[in-house]
Design a protein around this ligand. Structure first.
Ligand code: GLU
Length: 507
């Protein structure tokens, strides 16, 4: 086996990739990069009944958005191990099935779906827990272990459909050490002779997965906990082939924020957050799902949040960029128990990333948000506005929505402020102020502030008497960032127009 670390993410294109799947890809990527190894992307599409068009494209786009780029495979290079889509590898599997058949590690079975159902029903009626095709029952079924060789050959020649099953030995303790879960031990008496191959030439997931991991020189299999029950079978397959097996690491589940069980799309819908990285739209069925990208998450924040769901860096540090994650990542510090999903924490990360971006990047975000809404502002102030609004923003769209008054003249005035702060004297005060503003040659923040303060001093008015109604008149709000900055950004003409509109509307 390769001395270089080689890991793979091997999703099945059955729909949009759940964030749990993204975390699996991320941990594989981090582990590979940490050890100077390779990260492969392989598409496991052997189950054509579950194939969903568009799912592969979605997976590639989602990983690209996260900054997780495969070195090899789909979306990466072909380093002589391709193709990397199992459906395109179909002709390669037959020889491995034959190898198992020749070595008495597998057998051919002709039982129809109805016959298998009958056996299950009989077992159920007799009170047995669940019927398995195994070392006991296979002796009573229609397979190459019970039928004469000529009959088996005749059936195959006649085109009768069959499957190839693994022939598990009786009473054999399958043991392996999982990096995260420790020693795992299962007796073959409790296992099923799983189907490896079908007569249509298609391998099942189990066979294709093992053959490909072997041929692609995979050193570590890092995947979700839901695959742990399959691992003993995989270990038995490696033994049957006489191949060295990779190291296994089964990652803990992502759990609901508010109770037991796996985080599902329904939880997201119920609690108002996405469980997919990017928006999904199944063109055939019309099924849609919302994603983190479109919700306004920065990929760095999303990745930071995901990385810490199940892995504890063992320090106080919580903020990591992708390279920081690579440097700190340690597979053996991934926890055994499920990680409770925490959307609020994700928002917290996003807010931090948003604020730490700096003015130029924020200005770009603001511009994109304005363009998307057909709004505009004086471009010279994009940076100022973005910085000002960033204190109130968790998502880029908040840069606009929290400061809508900067882009649109108010049509409504905050009722509470209007009833408490807009007094009989307000119209005259706003009128006086607007006259002073009109006289300013240079409508700058500093000049506006001076004019405002001079006015208060001359009239012996406290700030509380004029400030709130001034803000209400210009922004329609009771609270917000510095009025002097806001006024400069809006420009003289607009500020004066708003002041006179307020006098008219509020009376
Ligand atoms: N195709 C499997 C999946 O969809 C891969 C499991 C594995 O990594 O072995 O998750």
């Amino acid at each position: 086996m390769s001395s270089k670390v080689r890991v793979r993410f091997a999703p099945s294109p059955t729909g949009p990739l759940h964030i749990g799947g993204v975390r699996t890809a991320l941990y594989n990527y981090l582990f590979a990069k940490k050890h100077g190894g390779d990260f492969l992307l392989r598409i496991e599409d052997t189950d054509q009944t579950r194939f969903v068009p568009g799912a592969e494209k979605y997976i590639i786009e989602a990983l690209a958005w996260c900054g997780i780029s495969p070195d090899e495979g789909i979306g990466g290079e072909d380093r002589g191990n391709g193709p990397y889509r199992q459906s395109e590898r179909k002709p390669m599997y037959r020889q491995y099935v034959d190898q198992l058949l020749d070595n008495d590690k597998a057998y051919i079975a002709f039982d129809s779906a109805e016959e298998l159902d009958t056996m299950r029903q009989l077992a159920k009626d007799a009170g047995a827990a669940n019927w398995q095709y195994n070392y006991i029952t296979r002796g009573n079924m229609k397979n190459s272990l019970t039928l004469p060789k000529e009959e088996v050959e005749a059936k195959i020649a006649a085109g009768e459909p069959y499957v190839v099953r693994i022939k598990l030995p009786r009473d054999h303790e399958v043991r392996f050490e999982d990096t995260i879960r420790g020693w795992v031990s299962v007796n073959t008496n409790n296992m099923d002779d799983k189907v490896l191959f079908k007569s249509d030439g298609m391998p099942t997931y189990h066979l294709a997965n093992i053959v490909d991991d072997h041929l692609m020189d995979i050193t570590h299999v890092i995947r979700g906990e839901e695959w742990l029950p399959s691992a003993p079978l995989h270990v038995m397959l490696y033994e049957a082939f006489g191949w060295e097996r990779p190291v296994f690491a089964h990652l803990p589940l992502l759990l609901k924020p508010d109770g037991p069980g796996k985080l599902s799309k329904r939880d997201g819908d119920r609690l108002g957050f996405p469980v997919f990285p990017i928006d999904w739209n199944n063109e055939e069925t019309g099924e849609t799902a919302s994603g983190y990208r479109e919700f306004g998450f920065y990929p760095d924040a999303f990745i930071n949040m995901l990385a810490l769901l199940g892995w504890n860096p063992g320090t106080e540090q919580e903020i990591f960029d992708l390279q920081g994650l690579v440097d700190a990542f340690d597979l053996s510090k991934v926890s055994k128990s499920g990680a409770k999903f925490d959307f609020e924490k994700g928002k917290w990360f996003n807010q931090l990333y948003l604020r730490s971006q700096g003015e130029a990047a924020l200005a770009k975000d603001l511009k994109a948000q304005l363009d998307a809404r057909g709004l505009s502002c004086n471009e010279q102030y994009l940076g100022t506005i973005a910085m000002m609004m960033s204190e109130r923003a968790t998502f880029p769209q908040d840069l606009v929505t929290e400061g809508m008054f900067l882009f649109e003249r108010p049509t409504e005035y905050d009722e509470k402020t209007a009833s408490k702060k807009w007094t009989a004297e307000s119209p005259a005060m706003i009128q006086d102020l607007s006259e002073r503003f009109a006289a300013l040659a240079d409508f700058t923040e500093a000049n506006i502030e001076t004019a405002f303060k001079d006015y208060l001093a001359e009239k012996e008015l406290g700030f509380g008497k004029v400030g709130p109604s001034f803000r209400l008149a210009v922004t329609g709000k009771g609270m917000g960032p510095s009025m002097f900055t806001i006024c400069e950004v809006l420009g003289k003409e607009e500020v004066l127009a708003r002041m006179s509109a307020a006098i008219e509307t509020l009376g």
